[in-house]
Design a protein. Structure first.
Length: 251
């Protein structure tokens, strides 16, 4: 009886269950995200339609590439939130950043000047895609001393990690107290077959605590509805301690 409720053909609504995105580039004109406020609003409207209630805005802080400061993020979020209200779009924004791990980042961590979110003072960090980052161990140490919890963005996209296809390599990262976040669109193959395969392995091993869209531009809006119906994500969220929805308590 009621077997249709658990049938593999039952509809799923992953993004409604996640509720909050915690890695996205929604602020216009400050990194490689939207070029205008209109584009930001179009992306957010699509996120609302797909089931999201809010997002942590994580535009890049990457000295000499995207030379943003915390104040730029805070001002950007204030301005975009006002535009949402004017357009009667019910969606909550909070300011944070996607920090490139480098020397200046370590100084920000030591000075407790990172824009964190959530109950454990989460901070999203990234490294270059091709080579191991020489600052990573010192950065993690200083972050933890300062009371931050690091989230490594899209580990499935780092070639130096993913080409190993080694569960142990990811376990070592988790053992350092780093939480892992995969990109939603990795599961759809946006970044290639290897990233998709590794993202699936990480999910199936219960290594993933966070799912981020990492959405940058409006051309990726159509992927949101496709991701909403992904069976692998639905199954994983049932068994996995994915944390996105708990941001409701602190956002
Ligand atoms: Fe990102």
């Amino acid at each position: 009886m009621f077997s249709w409720l658990t049938s593999s053909r039952a509809p799923v609504n992953n993004l409604h269950d996640l509720q909050f995105d915690m890695h996205c580039h929604l602020l216009p004109g400050i990194d490689d995200g939207p070029e205008s406020i209109e584009e930001s609003l179009a992306i957010i409207k699509a996120m609302v339609a797909a089931g999201y209630r809010g997002a942590i805005c994580t535009s890049h802080i990457f000295p000499e590439v995207y030379d943003n400061k915390a104040d730029d993020m805070l001002r950007g979020v204030d301005s975009l939130q006002s535009a949402l209200e004017q357009n009667k779009i019910d969606f909550t924004l909070r300011a944070s950043a996607e920090y490139m791990v480098d020397g200046p980042f370590i100084e920000l961590a030591k000075a407790k000047n990172l824009l964190a979110f959530g109950k454990k003072n989460y901070v999203v960090i990234e490294t270059g895609f091709t080579q191991e980052n020489p600052y990573i161990d010192e950065a993690i140490y200083e972050m933890q001393c300062a009371g931050y919890c690091p989230i490594l963005a899209h580990p499935e996209r780092y070639i130096y990690l993913s080409q190993l296809k080694s569960v142990e390599a990811f376990e070592k990262i988790i053992d350092k107290g780093i939480e892992l976040q995969i990109n939603l669109f990795s599961l759809l193959g946006l970044y290639g077959r290897l990233s998709k395969e590794v993202a699936e392995i990480l999910l199936k091993n219960n290594f993933i605590r966070w799912i981020g869209t990492d959405i940058h531009r409006s051309q990726h809006i159509t992927l949101l509805q496709k991701a909403n119906n992904l069976r692998i994500l639905c199954n994983s969220m049932r068994d996995n301690p994915i944390q996105n929805k708990y941001l409701a308590e602190s956002i």
